[in-house]
Design a protein. Structure first.
Length: 190
């Protein structure tokens, strides 16, 4: 330990008074600088935590508000769904008339029965149709009945006219499977 002290004394004696002042200032400034940096780092961390906590408080307030809100009545489509399927050709023609065009031909698909529901589908092509009319048509199809949905859509931009598009659509309607008919009992003697 005395060797270290002797070397420090020799160093102190060798340097000029101006250098001694600089060494003392560095010895005082270094810990102060580290303390300020450490304080600012802690403050930044606390600010970040406070911001995160504030967002969490807002989210919890939204969740609490949703819990206090009275339950909304459910839109039970299945309860109002009938056993007779909707006529898709007529439904689509009416939607097309409201949008301002006519559908030339549709290709019906075989009805599919699964899990107590019947799905009837048609496919068709719309060529050189204005985008606004296609939008109006799709909106009418989707909002006109809750048992009809666009199940496939492919839209291509026309290269001849930038304002028009061509679309391939698959539209389906859903209905409940009709109840099985009971066989009448046969009368007769045997």
């Amino acid at each position: 330990m005395s060797a270290v002290t002797d070397r420090a004394k020799d160093f102190w004696d060798r340097i000029s008074p101006r250098e001694r002042t600089l060494v003392v200032l560095a010895a005082v400034a270094a810990p102060i600088t580290v303390a300020i940096w450490l304080g600012l780092s802690i403050k930044d961390g606390l600010t970040t935590m406070e911001t995160r906590n504030e967002r969490m408080r807002k989210a919890l307030g939204v969740v609490a508000g949703m819990r206090e809100r009275p339950p909304q009545p459910e839109d039970n489509v299945v309860a109002t769904m009938g056993t007779d399927p909707l006529s898709l050709d007529t439904y689509l023609d009416n939607a097309a008339k409201k949008a301002g065009f006519q559908i030339k031909n549709t290709t019906p698909h075989n009805a599919v029965t699964k899990n107590g529901f019947v799905t009837n589908s048609v496919s068709f092509q719309l060529d050189s149709l204005e985008l606004d009319k296609l939008k109006a048509f799709l909106q009418e199809v989707e909002t006109g009945s809750k048992v009809v949905a666009v199940t496939g859509l492919k839209v291509n931009k026309s290269f001849k006219d930038k304002q028009k598009v061509s679309a391939s659509l698959d539209v389906s309607t859903y209905s409940k499977e009709p109840p099985a008919k009971a066989e009448p009992e046969k009368k007769g003697g045997g």
